[in-house]
Design a protein around this ligand. Structure first.
Ligand SMILES: Nc1ncnc2c1ncn2[C@@H]1O[C@H](COP(=O)(O)OP(=O)(O)O)[C@@H](O)[C@H]1O
Ligand SMILES: [Mg+2]
Length: 326
């Protein structure tokens, strides 16, 4: 497993806030292989963005404490990275696509100007290159029609889906090995979403880019990911292949998310997971999910469950495993 381009073990992330230090991520592992698409799913506020932002050095500087046993990105130990070190990695080794393409693009620069800037910055094209040809080629690969014309347009002249394609083109301009997509299709209509998802798959298969894809929507995750991490209150409660998660969910929270889907093996009467995710400042004792879990036992409110392995690469963190004798 050691050609992993992300190999992070036992990471905990604490951010200083007005209310004091907030431990957002607790003892989490995350790994990624070249060409793999890893999905991260979980309700809003569970720490998905904080976890992936840590892989790009994008957490509030001076206010964030990261502890980990291993924190390797493409062979670099990033735990002691300075801002300059991160700057070198960003855009070239790791790149990111955000939820809202309008806020990622500069409204007063043309698409061309913004793309050329990225192309220059990445140093991915040697000494002598034609920025315009590279930009056109990137936009074409992203499936944008008449890319030549797009270069002289401003972001507001494009549709939401086109803008997101431009953002992905800019993210891959530096030929990154890792592409982090933080809810990239949440702001898009469903047809455009499907096109962007196909594009992601192409990038993983053809360019061998490892992709971390965040969504609160399991349906989206199911379409493109190889492996899934289900997060709850700053911790992964279950991780497995897509098939493992969808066919043999083990954690009650995963099952709750599946039951809330409108279609599929598990759909019932379209139930939401009842209750609210906990306040990270005031986590319940024991398993963080226990107040919302209909199978909760006494031990669940007292002790944090351990990780149980079931089959290859399938892990979950729940006391029910003990009942099953696992
Ligand atoms: N820069 C920050 N300063 C203080 N708290 C933050 C910051 N970023 C995130 N948090 C807190 O961390 C928790 C997880 O946030 P986030 O990772 O954005 O969740 P998700 O992406 O899963 O919706 C939230 O409680 C949020 O308020
Ligand atoms: Mg987020």
């Amino acid at each position: 497993m050691n050609n992993a381009i992300v190999d992070v073990r036992n990471v905990s992330i604490t951010i200083d806030t007005f209310q004091g230090p907030l431990r957002v991520i607790r003892n989490q592992d995350i790994s990624l292989q070249p060409g793999e698409i890893l999905g991260i799913v979980g309700e809003s506020g569970c720490g998905k963005s904080v976890l992936v932002n840590s892989l790009m050095g994008l957490l509030p500087y001076g206010k964030t404490k990261i502890k980990a046993d291993t924190f390797m990105i493409d062979g670099n130990d990033c735990l002691e990275f300075t801002e300059d070190d991160w700057n070198e990695l960003r855009g070239t080794t790791v790149a990111m696509v955000f939820q809202d393409p309008m806020t990622s693009l500069n409204p007063i620069m043309t698409i061309g100007e913004q793309m050329y800037e990225v192309i220059h910055r990445t140093n991915a094209y040697g000494e002598d290159y034609d920025e315009r040809a590279i930009a056109i080629d990137l936009l074409k690969k992203m499936g944008l029609s008449t890319p030549e014309r797009r270069l002289s347009q401003y972001p507001h002249e494009l549709s939401g889906g086109m803008r997101q394609r431009v953002c992905i083109a800019m993210a891959v301009a530096g030929r990154p090995k890792i592409l982090i997509c933080d809810e990239p299709t949440t702001a898009l209509d469903i047809t455009t979403e499907a096109q962007i998802l196909r594009l992601m798959q192409t990038l993983a298969v053809e360019a061998g880019i490892g992709i971390i894809f965040i969504s609160h929507n399991l349906r989206v995750i199911a379409q493109i990911c190889d492996r899934v991490m289900v997060m709850y209150a700053g911790k992964c409660v279950e991780s497995a292949t897509v098939e493992g998660i969808f066919n043999e969910p083990r954690h009650p929270y995963t099952l709750g998310l599946l039951l809330a889907l409108p279609q599929g093996k598990w759909h019932g009467e379209l139930k939401a997971v009842e209750g609210q995710p906990p306040d990270l400042f005031d986590l319940p004792r024991g398993c963080a999910f226990n107040p919302r879990c209909k199978w909760a036992m006494r031990i669940c409110g007292n002790r944090i469950p351990m990780v149980t392995n079931v089959g290859e690469g399938h892990q979950f963190t729940c006391w029910l495993a003990k009942l099953e004798g696992l």
